[in-house]
Design a protein around this ligand. Structure first.
Ligand code: AR6
Length: 184
């Protein structure tokens, strides 16, 4: 398998794509961030986005959302120095064994993010594997939820809506393989 070739699945005239890479380097309308419920900043994708995007993203987040964002939901800001127009800060669940509503919350975090991107007329979004780093959600299960939720969202979108591309940007070959299996 050539890991540099995007894997693509069409959903009508829209598509889900899988690539290996760094989400901060993506040229899309909206980049989804894996935030925490205080929107306090952290490591992983969040650290990379704030480093590359500069301090205006955190300043705006604090000003607009001083109370943070509940788990399973998302908020939107501009994207500072990044090539995107927006950052959608999504809060996935911490994995606690799977009996505490994690699957519903993870699906809800993805769906809220896609809804916000759609409401802001985005044509393309890049998403990380929410909750699979510091929050320890098992990769195969998380990939299944991510793909199923995104495919369902794209399928029910009105034909007139501009969103045509959901690109998952995976940070390791293992993550790419898990998402590839879920897409198949
Ligand atoms: N591009 C794409 N994916 C990445 C990148 C990158 N630059 N860097 C890491 N990943 P995590 P979570 C992958 O921990 O589990 C933060 O501190 C990584 O390999 O970023 O939702 C927040 O502030 C993993 O597969 O997010 C929260 O406190 C995936 O992104 C907490 O971590 C998610 O890992 C959120 O934890």
């Amino acid at each position: 398998m050539n890991l540099n070739t995007p894997i693509r699945k069409a959903i009508g005239h829209r598509a889900i794509e899988l690539v290996l890479g760094d989400i901060t380097q993506q040229h899309v309308d909206a980049i989804i961030n894996a935030a925490n419920c205080r929107l306090a900043g952290g490591g992983g994708v969040d650290g990379a986005i704030h480093r590359a995007g500069g301090p205006s993203i955190m300043a705006e987040t604090r000003r607009l959302y001083p109370d943070g964002c509940p788990t399973g939901s998302a908020v939107i800001t501009s994207a500072g120095n990044l090539a995107a127009m927006y950052i959608v800060h999504a809060v996935g669940p911490v994995w606690n064994g799977g009996q505490r509503g994690e699957e519903t919350l993870l699906a809800s975090a993805y769906e809220s993010s896609l809804r916000l991107a759609d409401e802001h007329d985005c044509q393309s979004v890049a998403m990380p594997a929410l909750s699979t780093g510091a929050y320890r959600y098992p990769l195969e299960d998380a990939a299944r939820v991510a793909i199923a939720t995104s495919a369902a969202f794209l399928s029910q979108l009105d034909a007139s809506r501009p969103l045509v591309l959901v690109r998952f940007v995976l940070f390791s070959p293992d993550a790419l393989a898990a998402f590839q299996q879920a897409l198949a």
